[in-house]
Design a protein around this ligand. Sequence first.
Ligand SMILES: NC(=O)CC[C@H](N)C(=O)O
Length: 293
Amino acid sequence: MDRVRPRVGEGKVADYIPELARVDPAQFGIAVATVDGGLYVAGDAGTRFSMQSITKVFALALVMSGSGGGVWGRVHREPSGAPFNSLYQLEFEGGVPRNPMVNPGALVVTDQLLTDTGGASNALRELLCAEAGAPDLGSDEAVARSESEHGERNRALAHLMADFGTIHNPVAEVLEHYFRQCSITISCEELARVGLLLARHGRRADGSQLLSRPDARRIMAVMLTCGTYDAAGEFAYRVGLPCKSGVGGGILAVVPGRCSVAAWGPGLDAKGNSVTAALALEAFTDVTSCSIF
Ligand SMILES: NC(=O)CC[C@H](N)C(=O)O
């Protein structure tokens, strides 16, 4: 906390989704959940925030546990080196997104989830509720509406992919589910518990296996290389853990076999990653030496 406290309030809250711009930037929380049942919290770890792109990890987990490899024909697994909502790369590369952690890739995953389940955002909500031990997790309707009303870029990405044949379900339906998925709210404490799904190599809180061990490993590899967009190299250098960020200011990091760390501070840097959450994760690995390297 000492390294982060003087920086709380730094960065800029996401305002391209106007509802997110209403969040007080002077907040910070962190929670560490360990595979043996420990939970350590500091700051605003109990305050719920908009999960945003962190949901992309768990949508991918559901798709990999269901249709398995089906989605990989329509999305690559390479870092994009471009912003999460970039259009030019998508068109240049024939409508196949670079990875499932950027918006177009996540839209493909949502499309697959719709096909697999017929109700993508519900399946995801149910998974998150069960792993967090919080049955009341759900979408913030005002944020979902705000995303939809200001979602022209996501619409452009989805329509471009539909034109290339990458998206199979009706574009409006895919977007609706995607916006509802991104607007789910969660606290650091709850998110850290959800992250244990990966720390336990795919085993759920109830002891059942959602993902095979190799698939859990693959998802963490995608998080490490793509989870923080065009800052993934910087995160690997500074933090050294698989991470996934969201424009709500949350970042989830996983230490395989040991623990899951959720940090949150609403102020973002220019690449859309939380300034204080990144600092906190860097301090965490510096102090604990809990890194995969
Ligand atoms: N990086 C993010 O968290 C982006 C998610 C956001 N809902 C969007 O689609 O733009």
